[in-house]
Write a protein that binds this ligand. Sequence first.
Ligand code: SAM
Length: 240
Amino acid sequence: THFGFQTVAENDKRKKVAEVFSSVAGNYDIMNDLMSLGLHRLWKVFAIQISGVRAGDRVLDVAGGTADLSLAFAKRVGRQGQVWLTDINHAMLSRGRDRVLDNGFPLPVAQCDAEKLPFPDDHFDCVTVAFGLRNMTHKDVAIAEMRRVLKPGGRLLVLEFSRVWKPLEAAYDLYSFKLLPWLGQRVANDAESYRYLAESIRMHPGQEELKGMMEQAGLGRVDYFNLTAGVVALHRGYKL
Ligand code: SAM
């Protein structure tokens, strides 16, 4: 990459992520409910609660997929505000766009890479990325981009799988590497994509490491909340 080339591993990852999300898009919402036993809804409610988003705010939902967060924020910001739904994957974004329209919220939608956001500096009050960061090739670049488009005082919220409380690790491993692909096979006829999801969760930085990455990208007052014994963490950082 120092010479401007993509390494084979980077290209492989991009290709894999594109394949996985094109493949899971149709069953994404039902699988999300099944795999998390509905908990992802609570994790998202928590993110929205502590987002501090108010009527009139501008919000960017990065890797927004089927638009769970975008829709909830659209209800909060009202007519004076704005919520952008964005994602790199066309299949996921089409589902999200249909969903926001079906719910009566014609939000602006953009297909874009989080590592190169098509928005001006200092623009948004809040940027969110839910279960998207771990799929990104250069997480540091994506975090810096998300910071760039925040207004001073604005905040970045990262909701992502994290390191589970140690005594639960063995059970969690069993769940992710055995039950998850099995469920993927039974429900979506696609064990492989769900195996990738489990692996990508294991590769993702833990709570403290992600906090450090956010600080490294120039975010301030970074903190995080462990949800469901650290299965998921919500990180928050401000552009100061
Ligand atoms: N945010 C939604 C949610 O919480 O339900 C969707 C999460 S889904 C697990 C991950 C999303 O990240 C996919 O829709 C995928 O296309 C998107 N994604 C992966 N890499 C991306 C990138 N570099 N830039 C933007 N989106 C990306």
